[in-house]
Ligand binder design. Structure first.
Ligand code: PEP
Ligand code: MG
Length: 590
């Protein structure tokens, strides 16, 4: 949403997701599809447009055949045959003839003519009674999107790993797999039209320490590559053509931040202990093996969440056991004797793997993801479990399962783990038979059956990002309803409290590894509710520790007691804010 600030500048406001300020030229990625414009053709242009249609269909057919070949090779013929339906769409004579007719008779440019015909067909298919035909609508959508992309000639794919010059990336969406590729030396910051604080793109931005703003609605459509902007990741603002006055004001913010960071460096080597001697374990969330240096530099006590999905994306085939073993081993050895909690594969939701043909789903976050996927794709799961077990012989490795929604899944996963142990034992392969195994509590059902789960694991880790979205029925990716995504909702606090109490009653420990643990304002509330460990991205560890060292556990518990009685999320949030402002005012000056 654009507005004016100083004379000559425009400002877009969104959701701040990764702190820092940067300025530079922008690079726009993937313009949204609604940019297809209608253009009236002259008679002379018609043959050229028809030829473009023909060439594009040929190009698209080749692309689909190539994808089909790759999928068949890596996953199997059955999955590869899914693309037969896409090829059939490309051979549909009616689709082609109607587009040709629009170009010839109404003299409409090929992109617009094709989009019009394709939309008419997709809508008609989506509304018929026949289930088989309805399913064809999604094939139709997929293929027509591909044809349109080819027709529009989307700027040739930018190689995100090797950018030519420093830039601020602006995109409609930046998937986690693209974010993982970003050339850290050249990307000053990034901003997207959609997304929210807990989307994995935002999480990656914090992990990479790149200032970022999401939820800018239509920035990628309105802005142009090469424009000069200032991006403010503290307040969620992108200023186009900033004036000298604005740049000066932001210079002061950057200087204040540098002073704060100086102060924070002093606590790096100190324990996370409150003024009245309550110890909190503070560990780090990581996405890549190489992040262990950042974990150490941040003064974290090991890794509380290793998101293994990033080993699986941006590649043609899933990594095998040996490759995974080397990765997990490297992290375990680097941090030994500190723990490394490896989370088994949490594919799905917004983290999709290019190497696996996972069908498009209506509700990916409610679909075939995480443990559900692993329990069906046993070969993939088995390779990962064996790799983690083998790494457990080399350091302090723990393991946890994501998205547990009931006891059956946990029992099945544990049964497979026991089988893997038997195999390793039989092959004399070393592993730690007492490796701790945990369940993530990120569905309301898991929190409510925590007593059953607690008897079968050695720890819990609350994934508040998902727990909030599933409990409140608020899509964590959707900026339109971001205001409803309330960590201080009484339902969330009761589930956290119930989970912590149940864990302790069963003599197991409980951590929070969702983004709530990395929000200093939420920290007193979480420790007051009884969680033993907080796990956050390395860049936030020092702030959290600084705050904990200025708090008393008694005031955190009083806050939690108040929150559990209070009915209003905003009143609870205000109390949390008051407490942290009083305890560590320096943290919140910006
Ligand atoms: C969570 O859901 O809080 C979590 C830590 O897992 P992820 O963000 O990877 O879904
Ligand atoms: Mg999760």
């Amino acid at each position: 949403m654009a507005e004016r600030l100083h004379e000559g500048e425009r400002i877009f406001r969104g959701i701040p997701v990764s702190t820092g300020v940067c300025r530079g030229k922008i690079l726009i990625l993937d313009k949204p599809r609604h940019m297809v414009v209608q253009r009236q053709l002259s008679d002379a242009e018609v043959p050229g447009e028809l030829e473009r249609l023909d060439n594009t269909f040929r190009q698209t057919r080749q692309q689909v055949l190539e994808v089909q070949r790759k999928v068949t090779e890596s996953v199997g013929a059955e999955q590869g045959s899914i693309f037969d339906a896409h090829l059939l769409v490309l051979e549909d004579p009616v689709l082609i003839e109607e587009t040709v007719k629009l170009i010839r008779e109404q003299k409409i440019n090929v992109e617009h003519a094709f989009q019009t015909v394709a939309e008419r067909y997709t809508t008609a298919l989506a509304n018929v009674d026949d289930e088989y035909l309805r399913e064809r609508a999604s094939d139709m959508r997929d293929v027509t999107a591909r044809v349109l992309n080819n027709l529009i000639g989307h700027e040739e794919e930018v190689d995100l790993r090797h950018l030519k010059e420093p830039c601020i990336i602006i995109a409609h969406d930046l998937t986690p797999s693209k974010t993982a590729l970003l050339d850290r030396r050249q990307v000053l910051g990034f901003a997207t039209d959609i997304g929210s604080k807990t989307s994995h793109t935002a999480i990656m931005a914090r992990s990479l320490r790149i200032p970022a703003v999401v939820g800018l609605k239509n920035a990628s459509g309105e802005l142009k590559t090469g424009q000069f902007v200032l991006l403010d990741g503290f307040n969620g603002v992108v200023v186009i053509h900033p004036t000298d006055q604005t740049l000066f004001e932001y210079g002061q913010i950057v200087r204040r931040q540098a002073t704060l960071e100086e102060k924070l460096r002093e606590v790096v080597g100190q324990p996370a202990v409150t003024l009245d001697n309550h110890r909190v374990c503070l560990s780090a969330n990581v996405e890549q093996v190489g992040d262990t240096d950042a974990v150490k530099a941040a003064g974290a006590e090991g890794i509380g969440l290793f998101r293994t999905e990033y080993l699986f994306i941006n590649r043609d085939a899933p990594p095998g056991e040996e490759e995974q073993f080397q990765a997990y081993r490297q992290a375990a050895v680097a941090l030994k004797p500190q723990p490394v909690v490896i989370r088994t594969l949490d594919l799905g939701g917004d983290k999709l793997l290019s190497s696996l043909a996972v069908p498009t789903e209506m509700n990916p976050f409610l679909g075939w993801r995480a443990i559900r996927f692993c329990l069906e794709q046993v070969d993939i799961f088995r390779a990962q479990l064996r790799a983690i077990l083998r790494a457990s012989a080399e350091g302090n490795v723990k393991m946890m399962y994501p998205m547990i929604s009931g006891l059956d899944e946990l029992n099945q996963a544990n049964a497979l783990l026991a089988k893997c142990k038997d195999e390793l034992r039989a092959g004399n392969v070393p592993f730690n038979d007492r490796m701790e195994v945990g369940a993530m509590i990120e569905t309301p059902s898991a929190a409510l059956v925590a007593d059953s789960l607690a008897r079968r694991v050695q720890f819990f880790s609350l994934g508040t990002n998902d727990l909030i979205q599933y409990t409140l029925a608020v899509d964590r990716m959707n900026e339109k309803i971001a205001h409803l995504y309330e960590p201080t909702h009484p339902a969330i606090l009761r589930l956290i409290k119930h989970t912590a109490d149940t864990a302790h009653a069963n003599k197991i420990w409980v951590s929070v590894c969702g983004e709530m643990a990395g929000d200093p304002v939420m920290v007193p509330l979480l420790i007051g509710l009884g969680v033993d460990e907080l796990s956050a991205t390395p860049s936030l560890i020092a702030q959290i520790k600084y705050l904990i060292r200025r708090l008393k556990i008694t005031e955190a518990r009083e806050l939690a007691a108040f929150a559990l009685e209070c009915e209003s999320p905003s009143e609870i949030a205000a109390r949390c804010q008051q407490l942290v402002q009083r305890a560590a005012p320096g943290l919140f000056e910006k």
